[in-house]
Design a protein around this ligand. Structure first.
Ligand code: NAG
Ligand code: NAG
Ligand code: NAG
Ligand code: NAG
Length: 368
């Protein structure tokens, strides 16, 4: 009767529904595994014993905010010999701060892809553009210095430093993923980073190192006898010898850092300031050790936001020329600064760039 009739369709429905659910799960799994943007390896947290001996402080909560409201996520900054500060912002500008305290919209490049900046001996600055390569920006305008290495387009140029002979050493964070997909490089945990050199006399770009784990900040030692390049998701920085009998060789400069090293800058005393990123939120690290969860997170950008810890904290460390940890400053809850990407010492102050602020942090170091 009606009861029976009523039952049969729902049984059909159950069968259809379960087939549908099964098909969906299959499609979902296929989608996540076979069309995954990543082919991941597990990533393990380093042992941070050396760093833990240092007291942590809330020092980064004491910064003065300069250029507040005027600077859209100033990732990197530099000073020229007149003491003018330059920074590249997410709205495509190179902005600068004059000695008299006034900010200037100096040059518009456009896009949201400008990262590392450095001043040059011959005037003007060099900017890393993750789309175009290495740019020279001066009073006479903007030009592309290099856009290719070995016939391949340079994507994701990240940080640059000029040596006294005019050579430019620069990093490519990932030759696989772009700036907006940078977290996929962390999830994949396979090394796609490079260290490149641009020779201005030959107008040639060459590759010094390949297979780096998200090559980020680059800095020269005081005597320019070695270069340091940061490998973000390996929580370490490498030393690449430029002079002497070890020339061309690579060794570990500092490892087991308490965060992923971003930009690095030489300090006036010959040591280095390194900004460290909290790559994962507390309690979420398991995602980095399981391939399945990496595929899942890679498929859903919103999940990536949940995993990432950069916007919750900030940390910078000072590391001696011998690789020993000397100081550590934090904003443990990110209430003043988070996602600090750069720490540069200039005239007794530490200047802090970030991908999550509308200002540059300025900290007096004498009391620090
Ligand atoms: C500050 O210096 C710059 C560069 O010399 C100049 O263009 C600007 O007008 C000065 N601003 C003030 C407020 O004096
Ligand atoms: C440069 O390209 C050539 C030919 O494609 C290749 O054989 C060589 O390994 C490349 N060199 C580097 C450093 O990538
Ligand atoms: C440098 O080389 C590139 C091609 O590799 C060329 O387009 C550019 O014009 C050259 N620049 C100078 C200053 O010679
Ligand atoms: C962040 O930490 C500071 C102390 O360092 C505290 O005063 C402040 O209330 C904290 N803010 C939040 C949002 O937890």
């Amino acid at each position: 009767m009606t009861g029976n009739n009523g039952f049969r369709p729902s049984k059909h429905c159950l069968k259809a529904c379960s087939s549908f659910v099964l098909a969906s799960i299959l499609a979902f799994t296929l989608q996540i595994y076979f069309f995954s943007p990543i082919s991941p390896d597990p990533l393990h947290l380093p042992h941070v014993s050396a760093a833990l001996n240092l007291p942590t402080s809330n020092k980064l909560q004491e910064v003065a905010k300069i250029g507040e409201g005027f600077l859209n996520k100033p990732e990197d900054l530099c000073f020229d010999k007149e003491g003018i500060l330059y920074t590249a912002t997410r709205d495509g500008w190179i902005k600068r701060l004059h000695r008299n305290g006034s900010w200037e919209d100096w040059r518009l490049i456009g896009g949201d892809t400008l990262l590392g900046v450095t001043t040059t001996r011959t005037g003007g600055i060099i900017v890393c553009d993750t789309q175009k390569g290495l740019l020279k920006v001066g009073e006479d305008g903007v030009s592309v210095l290099t856009s290719h290495v070995n016939g391949t387009e340079i994507r994701f140029a990240d940080d640059v430093i000029e040596a006294s002979d005019g050579s430019l050493y620069f990093s490519v964070a990932s030759s696989k993923f772009g700036l907006h997909d940078w977290y996929l490089d962390v999830l994949e945990a396979k090394p796609h980073g490079q260290l490149l050199k641009y020779d201005p006399l030959l107008n040639e770009t060459s590759m010094l190192l390949d297979n780096l784990a998200f090559a980020n900040g680059v800095a020269l030692s005081e005597d320019e006898d070695f270069l340091v390049v940061c490998e973000t998701w390996k929580f370490r920085c490498l030393k690449y010898w430029l002079k002497g009998e070890r020339k061309g060789r690579t060794e570990v400069f500092v490892d087991n850092l308490p965060g992923g090293p971003d930009n690095i800058n030489l300090a006036p005393d010959g040591s280095f300031w390194i900004a460290l990123l909290e790559l994962s939120q507390e309690g979420m690290w398991f995602v980095h050790t399981s391939k399945a969860s990496k595929h899942l997170v890679a498929a859903f950008p919103k999940l990536q936001g949940l995993i990432q810890g950069m916007r919750k904290k900030a940390m910078v460390v000072k590391v001696g020329a011998d690789g020993k940890m000397m100081k550590r400053f934090n904003d443990p809850n990110g209430s003043v600064m988070s996602f600090v990407t750069n720490a540069l010492e200039f005239e007794e102050h530490l200047y802090l760039g970030s991908l999550n602020t509308n200002f540059i942090g300025k900290l007096l170091l004498r009391t620090a």
